[in-house]
Design a protein around this ligand. Sequence first.
Ligand code: AMP
Length: 290
Amino acid sequence: MVRRPRVAGTVRTLRQAVARFRGARESVALVPTMGALHEGHLSLVRVARRRSKRVVVSIFVNPAQFAPNEDLSSYPRTFDADLAALAKEKADLVWAPASVATMYPDGFSTRITPGGPALVGLEDAYRPHFFAGVATVVAKLLIQCLPDIVMFGEKDYQQLKVVTRMAHDLDLPVRVIGVPTVREPDGLAMSSRNVYLSPQERAAAPTLFRVLEDCSRKIAGGAPIASVMADGREAITRAGFQLDYLEARHAETLEPVASMTDGPVRLLVAARLGRTRLIDNVGVSLPARP
Ligand code: AMP
């Protein structure tokens, strides 16, 4: 049997454990998650494992990033299975705050309000409090754990850019590492929320990635961004999604781009299938010059 990682339930025990790593001059990586771990999360752990002597995985379903109408109470929670998966990946420590009050004690009243990539009319337009909730909890996690590196998935691309910006702006002594999206064999980006999809919705879901890839190929081939995006939006709606956005943005600032000469381009999409909201994104790479 593989040994389960140690679980810290309080900031004090987390700090004691990390201090022991530090005392032995070992590098520390943090992988923040909300649990219900799948291969996407585990790929973050594997990258962390390769780059760092010690790997800390946090599991905390953060109420501050859910709106009242969102799925906080029904969000999948699979702690025992998560621990078993992390044991296989040889994670060293799991930071699982014992309760919500461990993270947000009575009287908690400080919030980080990110700007820049958090205010570009993508996720922020549909989930107005989301990035303040994310930035606040990530800042806390980083200050609690003080890792050398922290891993975030490209799956949540805007989040990756918001956290990178925040770490830079606040001089947090950590390197933010982006990890490529892990997909199901049919292209659907893995997500803890995929369990909400009905069989019919699950069958339609990979369309999102197919359209993104199609758009990316056309733009790379020289087609005008505006018309490619318009066709993409239509294809997504035709497949039965309710589209929130499909946008071509600058890959770093997330500001709108009109053509490939405006800088590296990222295509980002959010769309709903029934009650499930899916997000995804891909880069646009120019064909290699002969
Ligand atoms: P979550 O538990 O959904 O908050 O995700 C925790 C971390 O895992 C975030 O940095 C996500 O971007 C990352 N992540 C989630 N799904 C995937 C995926 N399919 N591929 C790569 N990273 C992912």
